[in-house]
Design a protein. Structure first.
Length: 144
């Protein structure tokens, strides 16, 4: 198990390798990337900022909850902070489990709880030069 807030590019394939183990029959990788449009507005990039210590603690708690609930220690999560461009990876979650259903469920739990609970904020940069803070909790509620 590992979770981290990082200020560098995320190598999602490396996370998948971290959870690899012969006892697991399934590995799931969720990769969130910066898209070019949000709520009909063309986006050029974004900034993520977080309350560092609290965000790290909450992320670790979420991973621990998922590990306990789905009985796997093979969960790795990284969330990026700083300036991101279109296509950059903002979050990656790798989960391995003996069974695929539990791997998928654990990964979904981690991303939904992260969006709901972690003190991480996103400021989008739009094509017209404006910027706007976007609530990740609001996004999480709409994504279900």
């Amino acid at each position: 198990m590992r979770s981290a807030m990082v200020d560098h590019a995320i190598d999602a394939s490396r996370l998948l390798l971290e959870v690899a183990d012969h006892r697991n029959g399934a590995s799931v990788l969720f990769v969130g990337t910066v898209r070019d449009i949000n709520d009909g507005m063309p986006v050029t990039g974004l900034d993520y900022t977080a309350y560092g210590a609290m965000a790290q603690r909450e992320l670790a708690d979420i991973v621990s909850e998922a590990a306990k609930r789905w009985e796997t220690q093979d969960i790795v999560v990284e969330h990026r902070v700083g300036e991101l461009q279109l296509g950059d990876v903002s979050v990656a979650i790798a989960v391995a489990h003996p069974h695929r259903g539990q791997a998928f469920e654990a990964a979904r739990y981690v991303i939904e709880e992260l969006k709901r609970r972690a003190p991480i904020w996103k400021r989008e940069h739009y094509v017209d030069g404006r910027t706007d803070w976007v609530s990740t909790a609001t996004e999480a509620a709409g994504a279900k």
